[in-house]
Design a protein around this ligand. Structure first.
Ligand SMILES: CC(C)(COP(=O)(O)OP(=O)(O)OC[C@H]1O[C@@H](n2cnc3c(N)ncnc32)[C@H](O)[C@@H]1OP(=O)(O)O)[C@@H](O)C(=O)NCCC(=O)NCCS
Length: 183
């Protein structure tokens, strides 16, 4: 497989680069996944606030236009079940900004395939590290990130306005080129 194949496949999930016409669908997927996953982790009002802030078409468009950024959609059997978005985060570092899979598709390797796609894109952009932030109460996703090679690097509390904070772990994964050499 080429290092950054925009239509890479893995364990049944097809990954394709998102286009502008796909962005409303990405926002709808986010709405479904956030409302099924985040209750009990963050308050409903914060879910509304963060969806509005993070999933406007203008915000999502930046992942399609900025250098070193990207947005990919995962499909299983032709149905769109998840997506990942990433961007540069300083020299040599790419941030996995969004990773979401519908609950009905969990546990089939879709998340791992999406992370692999982002790793390939980050390496192609010259990054040596992939980072992310995950809510400290999001135990299932923290377990997933550990399973795919991330470790906790730091903790961060950010005031995001509206009376809300993000209370997160920063996790990181060193990237390796094919053959085992570190990037
Ligand atoms: C986190 C998420 C993307 C994982 O996607 P997924 O498709 O279910 O994960 P995969 O099937 O690819 O799992 C990959 C590995 O992680 C492990 N894993 C996944 N969820 C796990 C869990 N809850 N506990 C322990 N391990 C887990 C799997 O066992 C698998 O290991 P293996 O490949 O060695 O068998 C998905 O669960 C999700 O969208 N969650 C809700 C949204 C969210 O919180 N996103 C992250 C925001 S920071």
């Amino acid at each position: 497989m080429p290092e950054h194949d925009p239509t890479s496949r893995g364990r049944g999930a097809a990954i394709a680069a998102a286009e502008v016409a796909d962005l409303p669908e990405v926002a709808r997927l986010a709405d479904r996944i956030w409302r099924e996953h985040y209750p009990g982790i963050i308050p409903m009002r914060q879910i509304d606030y963060m969806l509005e802030r993070g999933y406007s078409i203008a915000r999502l468009s930046r992942f399609l236009s900025e250098t070193g950024a990207g947005l990919a959609i995962a499909s299983v059997g032709g149905a769109r079940v998840g997506f990942a978005a990433w961007e540069r985060d300083g020299p040599g570092t790419t941030k996995l900004d969004k990773l979401y899979v519908l609950a009905s598709a969990h546990g089939r390797g879709v998340g791992r395939t999406l992370v692999g796609h982002v790793e390939a894109a980050a390496l192609a952009d010259g990054s040596a590290t992939l980072t992310l932030r995950v809510n400290k109460q999001n135990a299932s996703s923290i377990a997933f990130y550990r399973a795919v090679g991330f470790g906790v690097d730091a903790e961060t509390v950010e005031d995001i306005g509206g009376g809300f904070v993000m209370d997160d772990y920063v996790m990181a994964k060193p990237l390796r080129r094919a053959g085992g050499a570190r990037a």
